[in-house]
Ligand binder design. Structure first.
Ligand code: 15L
Length: 278
């Protein structure tokens, strides 16, 4: 059985994945950042530390076949923090993979790498990247970095542009972006088991009726989502939309309005923006 390392194991997604893999008895080493993890079962392989430190990365990756890399800043934050956690930290992780002979990394990219597309557009995997902030920009950089480590060093990567990974969708945007937990776990199984992946980018999204993203490339991985946010549509659409006018116009939702300085942000901006290419 392959040994998996999971970084960001104390985070929102990491804790879901960790609990599921531990429950299944998958050989797993889980790492958190500054706060130690409390073992879920006796003898669980856990650690914590700063992934900018090569010694910590070596400890995480020793004897590992596949790394699921969920660590890093996961929301919009000031640039220095993003640079340290998502740019520098990622280089250290890939360099550690080279040293330790890890053959594959699942890199948690994000829909915020394309967040500036209007919600009226349907995207394929090879669309031009349009990040909605420094966080999204760090994911663009991460995807390119993963590509480089495949091309130059033969380390395989699956870059997953995660939508909204939640137990259940709660707002209208999620009807397009939801990535259910059951689908996430199936997706990760495929990332571990699929042969000859090389370099692959994929939308981390369930089989949502209202999806904005064409995931036909997912066939190569054998990812076949079975969850669909539409099941919750009636309930969600009966409640007010928490997003403002700008957030409702763009795929990145609420991230788009952070430090947005065009003059078309308000509801009246809809008319203005219709006359201007977005
Ligand atoms: C992300 O990339 C974030 O990490 C998460 O907190 C959500 O905001 C998600 O995207 C989303 O777009 O719903």
């Amino acid at each position: 059985m392959k040994k998996i390392a999971l970084s960001g194991a104390g985070g929102q997604l990491g804790s879901v994945v960790r609990a599921a893999l531990v429950a299944r008895g998958t050989p797993l080493r889980s790492a958190a950042g500054s706060q130690a993890l409390v073992p879920l079962v006796e003898g669980e392989d856990v650690m914590h530390g700063d992934l900018r430190d090569p010694a910590v990365v070596d400890r995480l990756l020793e004897g590992v076949d596949v790394l699921i890399h969920f660590a890093g800043t996961s929301v919009e934050r000031p640039l220095p923090e993003i640079i340290e956690n998502n740019l520098r930290g990622l280089v250290e992780v890939y360099e550690g993979a080279r040293r330790q002979g890890v053959r594959r990394i699942v890199f948690a990219s994000s829909n915020h790498a394309i967040g500036m597309y209007p919600v009226t557009e349907r995207l394929s995997l090879d669309c031009e990247l349009r990040p909605d902030g420094f966080y999204g920009l760090s994911k663009v950089w991460g995807e390119a970095l993963a590509r480089m480590y495949w091309d130059k060093h033969g380390i395989e990567s699956v870059c997953v542009r995660i939508g909204s990974c939640l137990e259940r969708p709660t707002e209208p945007r999620h009807l397009s972006t939801w990535f259910g937990h059951r689908d996430l776990l199936h997706f990760l199984d495929r990332c571990v088991e699929a042969e000859n992946i090389g370099f692959l980018t994929i939308w981390g999204v369930s089989a949502n009726t209202r999806s904005w993203w064409d995931n036909s490339g997912a066939g190569r991985l054998g990812y076949q989502p079975t969850q669909n946010a539409e099941v919750y549509a009636e309930d969600i659409l009966a409640r007010p939309n928490p997003l403002d006018a700008l957030g409702q116009r763009f795929q990145g939702g609420g991230f788009v309005g952070i430090d947005y300085s065009r003059d078309d942000a308000g509801p009246e901006g809809l008319a203005a923006s219709a006359t201007r290419p977005v």
